[in-house]
Design a protein around this ligand. Structure first.
Ligand SMILES: NC(=O)C1=CN([C@@H]2O[C@H](COP(=O)(O)OP(=O)(O)OC[C@H]3O[C@@H](n4cnc5c(N)ncnc54)[C@H](OP(=O)(O)O)[C@@H]3O)[C@@H](O)[C@H]2O)[C@@H](O)CC1
Ligand SMILES: [K+]
Length: 467
């Protein structure tokens, strides 16, 4: 599991550890890890040309000491000092190792630019001189390696309200920060390499599941399982207007861990679902969870949906079904799965605002409606009413295809019916959905049905892997 902490949590853990270690130890650990990562990134050190962009704080210090280590191994290192307060001891160490102080012209011939402009102490945005240097690097096609975070992003929210660095690699220390997991900032990080510096950290502000977590959470059937004990999902979806949504959501559900799917909807739609999936049962009956909302269109029966929300069984609430949510209900066990436009309508906020502040609005919605919210998008955010946040980081733009959300709703419903809680069902569902889209896209452009078709193989690969 990737764990991300806030700046305040990192500073407090750093203070505790520094009190027990000789001065400068943590910066040397950080710089050592950074130098190794830079060597790997460049495919060698001797003769490589490295330009350090150095701001006024310890982030610049990390860059300078990493530069010192590379210079001692034969790299040509030049520091561009963007502040007259640049870490004095770091500047001296670089000089003694043969590094130079220069200007942004050096970027014309650099193999890599190191962004030590600001780290966790930075405010969003870049000052003009720093911005000019970053633009220079971009113009010359010089890749930028960010120290701790890409300078200019909002570290604790993942927002990018102003100019910022776009890194080819980010080397961070102690733990991930929220901006490494959540878009739009996460897209500015490139791959994130974590250097352990020995911090002792509290519970994280956000987490991202990885393969081993999926293996631990996925409800694999046991020897004594039957179709009922594996879970039965009720699917209230589809309409004369949108029959396909019911077919697609059923495909997602049947590709999950559920033992049986009961389809509830118009007869003509049930016939279409059965034609594609003869294994479904049409009509009401006992279920362990519901998936409600895909393609209901004009046939939305809000009182009926509200009654199901008030019942004991957990519910995935998607698309048109989201209109049934209100702030007063007792909504234990609900997973709402809006995209940014739908969440915007629920909260009375512009879609663009939701996209720019994904973490904030997912949390606001979870708290306001007292249900778990899965906000779909480039990084899917799952926020529970108790404040826990999971972020899905293996998404792919291929997921942006019609019906993809119906697959996810069916799959999350299956996971709920098999016994996972809404936070686990949402985060495991988002991970597998994205893994399936990646697998399917290996054979070209994907459709929702091909994502559903790839789900069993994507799931098997993750469950079988032993890493
Ligand atoms: N914590 C840890 O465990 C460890 C931390 N380590 C490292 O220390 C880093 C944090 O260092 P830090 O606290 O010195 O802050 P940092 O981000 O370098 O600079 C902030 C200064 O920059 C300025 N400034 C602000 N915004 C700006 C902007 N947009 N554009 C330009 N300037 C801006 C502002 O100064 P002002 O302008 O207000 O005078 C502010 O004082 C951390 O990211 C990691 O790399 C590791 O060495 C070891 C373990
Ligand atoms: K930085």
């Amino acid at each position: 599991m990737r764990r991300a902490h806030t700046v305040e949590q990192v500073r407090s853990a750093e203070a505790d550890l520094m009190a027990r270690l000789p001065e400068g130890t943590l910066m040397q650990r950080a710089a050592g890890g950074l130098a190794v990562a830079l060597g790997n990134f460049m495919g060698g050190v001797y003769g490589r040309r490295v330009v350090l962009l150095v701001g006024s704080g310890d982030n610049g210090g990390d860059a300078l000491y990493a530069g010192e280590k590379l210079a001692r191994r034969g790299a040509q290192v030049t520091a561009v000092l963007l502040s007259d307060k640049a870490h004095p001891a770091g500047v001296e160490a670089l000089r003694l190792a043969g590094g130079r102080i220069g200007d942004a012209d050096e970027l014309a011939h650099a193999d890599v630019a190191v962004d030590g402009i600001v780290g966790i102490g930075g405010r969003p945005g870049l000052k003009p001189e720093a911005l000019a240097a970053v633009r220079r690097a971009e113009q010359h096609g010089v890749p930028i390696v960010a120290v701790d975070v890409p300078s200019g992003v909002d570290v604790d929210t993942g927002e990018t309200p102003a100019e910022h660095v776009r890194a080819a690699l980010t080397v961070t220390f102690g733990t991930h920060k929220v901006c490494h997991l959540i878009d739009p900032a996460a897209s500015a990080c490139g791959p994130v390499h974590l250097v352990d510096i020995g911090l002792d950290l509290p519970d994280p502000a956000a987490t991202a599941l990885q393969g081993p977590d999926i293996r631990a959470l996925y409800p694999v059937p046991r020897g004594e399982s039957d179709k009922y004990s594996r879970g039965v999902l009720g699917l209230l979806a589809g309409s004369a207007q949108y029959p396909g949504a019911a077919v697609i959501a059923t495909s997602g559900a049947l590709a999950g861990p559920v033992g049986m799917v009961r389809y509830v909807g118009p007869d003509a739609v049930a016939a279409e679902v059965r034609a594609e999936h003869p294994e479904i049962v049409a009509g009401e009956g006992r279920v362990q969870a519901w998936a409600i909302g895909s393609g209901l269109g004009d046939e939305l029966d809000l009182p009926r949906i509200r009654a199901l929300l008030d019942a004991e069984e957990p519910v995935v609430l998607d698309a048109d079904g989201l209109k049934a949510l209100d702030e007063s209900g007792d909504h234990d066990g609900i997973l709402a799965t809006p995209h940014a436009g739908e969440l915007g309508r629920l909260l009375g906020v512009e879609r663009s605002a939701i996209e720019a502040e994904r973490l904030k609005y997912a949390r606001v919605a979870a708290e306001r409606f007292d249900v778990t919210f899965l906000l779909k998008g480039s990084t899917t955010v799952v926020a529970a009413p108790d404040g826990q946040v999971r972020v899905n980081t293996n998404g792919t733009p291929w997921l942006a295809t019609a019906g993809s959300g119906d697959v996810l709703a069916g799959l999350c419903g299956a996971l709920l019916a098999a016994g996972l809680n809404p936070l686990d069902a949402g985060s495991v569902g988002a991970y597998l959905h994205a893994a399936a889209a990646r697998l399917a896209s290996a054979y070209g452009p994907v459709t929702a049905m091909r994502i559903a078709g790839a789900l069993p193989e994507a799931t098997r690969r993750i469950l079988d892997r032993r890493d």
